[in-house]
Design a protein around this ligand. Structure first.
Ligand code: TRP
Length: 438
């Protein structure tokens, strides 16, 4: 069987930009601050960063090499690499399940972002007081017609890009737009830092209070690390299958993880000083970003232009992430079930839109999808991925794939110890402890 006609990413920046495009999204700018706020701030941030480096990067490398070595979607990948171990197809099954769950609530939040873009363009955000902004978010997110309309629009855009294919669809947008988003966030950080009372926000974010660290806080940090890096369910493996042999996978994983973490921390720096300056509750939940940032735009010069650009780019960052999630499902439907790509996209997007409507109507379902995907499905997927590369694929093949670009792979022995022992045990303990079983 030949697989030579697979779509692939062009040069190095294309690969990093596409993987970073998947990683950087609402997870960094919407989810990270709200989860930090709910879990007490500084100590959570420390644990989070530790997980990114100790577990996140090794699992990301694993996914990349599973994808590139097999040249398949997640299901096919495990079957191709270990035909005698059908058990590992569970990762593919959980992955497709996770993609449905994540996209359902993700597209709802992306819909909120579209509403805020629309409000920003009409200059309807800047005239509101902090209390009015909070009230606006509440009444909007509790209504149904508006959020559903925007969510449907967002899923339609996502499906449109996925139908267009990987190279033309994904790569083109991310290369130029992500750097612009980065610059805007830095400007926001500066403006937020100058607000009166900003110091309290910095203390919240950077001064760890270890009395706040409980089992569930640690699990939330792990779940957020997986969610933000897009790992644990096959997105990065699917992208790995589009990466050319000449790319260095370890460097790709490190660059993407650092960029992703930097953007999340900067989003925190943009948001927490403002949270305290405007008297917003840091544990306000999923509305935190939407209630906080418009206050910062209000205070700064050029606030109108920045608010429009920010929300628009946030929509685009969300799109490059949602596209990667839908791509997992579509690659599975089209390559495993032999469905035509367009049909696969339409079916998957329709089912997800239906689930999204349920998320809009029932808060509880939204929260259930949000928490279950990050804190259960992704970490479990991470355990299986680490075990697969550590024990099944093994050191020789791992080294070979990491050296496929022609260079010498660094740290392979160290990586294998993490994958074989440290990551599975650490994730297992954090998971069992977090859900109260240990
Ligand atoms: N990481 C993305 C974000 O931060 C969301 C995302 C895209 C994702 N693909 C994923 C999360 C795969 C988990 C798994 O917004």
């Amino acid at each position: 069987m030949t697989t030579t006609s697979r779509d692939s990413f062009t040069g190095k920046f294309g690969v990093i930009a596409a993987a970073a495009g998947s990683a950087v999204g609402l997870g960094n700018i919407w989810r990270f601050p709200y989860v930090v706020g709910e879990n007490g701030g500084g100590a959570f941030l420390l644990v989070y960063i530790l997980f990114i480096f100790a577990i996140g990067i090794p699992v990301m490398v694993s996914e990349l090499l599973i994808g590139r070595r097999s040249q398949k979607n997640v299901f096919g990948a495990f079957r191709t690499l270990a035909p005698d171990k059908p058990f590992f197809m569970i990762v593919g099954i959980m992955g497709v399940g996770a993609a449905f769950m994540i996209l359902a609530f993700y597209s709802v939040v992306a819909g909120w972002t579209l509403e805020y873009t629309y409000m920003a363009i009409g200059d309807n955000l800047l005239d509101k007081s902090s209390a009015e902004l909070s009230a606006f978010f509440e009444s909007f997110s509790e209504s149904t017609a508006g959020p559903i309309g925007w969510m449907v629009l967002f899923m339609t855009l996502t499906a449109g890009i996925v139908i267009g294919g990987v190279k033309k669809g994904i790569e083109r947008y991310t290369k130029i737009l992500m750097p612009i988003l980065f610059v805007i966030i830095v400007v926001l950080c500066i403006n937020s830092a100058m607000l009166p009372g900003a110091g309290e926000g910095f203390a919240f974010l950077f001064k760890p209070d270890f009395s706040k660290v409980t089992g569930s806080v640690i699990l939330e940090a792990l779940g957020q690390a997986f969610f933000s890096l897009s790992i644990g369910m096959g997105v990065i493996a699917t992208y790995g299958s589009y990466i050319q042999k000449k790319e260095n996978l370890l460097n790709t994983a490190i660059s993407v993880s650092i960029a992703d973490t930097l953007i999340a921390v900067l989003a925190g720096v943009a948001i927490f000083p403002a949270v305290f300056a405007f008297g917003i509750n840091p544990s306000a939940g999923p509305g935190l970003v939407f209630e906080t940032l418009p206050n910062v735009f209000n205070q700064m010069s050029g606030g109108y232009l920045f608010s429009v650009a920010f929300f628009l780019l946030l929509v685009i960052a969300a799109l490059t992430s949602s596209v990667s999630l839908l791509e997992v499902v579509v690659a599975y439907f089209s390559e495993e079930l032999k469905m035509n790509r367009k049909l696969a996209t339409v079916i998957a997007a329709s089912v997800i839109t239906g689930l999204g409507v349920v998320c809009v109507i029932y808060d509880k379902v939204f929260t259930f999808f949000d928490k279950t995907s990050s804190n259960v499905l992704l970490p479990l997927g991470g355990i299986f991925i680490a075990i697969f590369v550590g024990w099944v694929l093994g050191k020789a093949k791992t080294k070979d794939e990491l050296e496929a670009h022609g260079g010498k792979a660094r740290l392979v022995g160290f990586l294998m110890i993490i994958l074989k022992v440290i990551a599975p045990i650490a994730i297992g303990i954090v998971f069992l402890n977090g859900i109260g079983l240990l």
